[in-house]
Design a protein around this ligand. Sequence first.
Ligand SMILES: Nc1ncnc2c1ncn2[C@@H]1O[C@H](COP(=O)(O)OP(=O)(O)OP(=O)(O)O)[C@@H](O)[C@H]1O
Ligand SMILES: [Mg+2]
Length: 257
Amino acid sequence: MRVICRNVSVSFVAGERTVEALRDVSLDVRSGEFLSVVGPSGCGKTTLLRTLADLLPPQSGQVEKQVGPGSRSAQALLVFQENNLFPWMTVLQNAAFGLEMQGVGRGERESRAHALLARLGLSGWEHAYPPHLSVGMRQRVAVIRSFLSDPGLLLMDEPFAALDALTRELVHQELLDLWEQNHKTVIFVTHDIEEAILLSDRILLMSASPGSIVAEFEIGLARPRTTATALSDEVQLLKRRIHAELGLRPREVTHAS
Ligand SMILES: Nc1ncnc2c1ncn2[C@@H]1O[C@H](COP(=O)(O)OP(=O)(O)OP(=O)(O)O)[C@@H](O)[C@H]1O
Ligand SMILES: [Mg+2]
């Protein structure tokens, strides 16, 4: 699915104040592109995703979604900052929920969900309920559920912020593997610049007050990307360029993420 935003502005009225969360945001996301959005807290990243998911109507501008021949679904699926699993369903039922909605039979959906749960280190937890899982475990289940739902557009709002560094590396690899298999259009919000570099084809930088896009970086790193990619000089150089654009020194960014 190709996503085009033309001069989108969104404001919120909070008491006497009007907060201009997005001003004149334009973007064109190619079908099958992995795009990340990076920017300081409060700059409008979540607002942008909610607008793209049609959960918020823009005050002005338009959002257009073009379903191409490669994408079966016109549906956009939003994975939130904090996961939203169904607490009354088991891990396995949650993971397979999207498949169930597509009418996939129980045997197939459970075997596909089982396979991904195992790859993300959740074997043995299939019959547990979300409240008994750590935040990071729940977020991994939410990512599996979103991929198995097979939406035309996947909008991810800091989905890995709660994961420890090692789990995050594992999940990056799995997300990249899944994405290599079907090249879904993904718009991924993160505070973590290295994460954005490793995953994306392109990174947009946003600034606050009002939220707008201030810079864009094409990430031409070869794919498939591996853990070795993270250590390459090319990644370090890109990180420095993006830090400089954000006006931050690397250490400050580490604290903020
Ligand atoms: N429902 C709302 N009502 C009023 N103001 C809102 C609402 N949602 C967001 N805002 C305001 O819009 C601005 C952008 O918020 P948003 O949540 O999009 O930022 P963000 O970039 O996602 O921040 P973070 O990185 O902390 O998640 C902020 O000033 C916020 O206070
Ligand atoms: Mg947010």
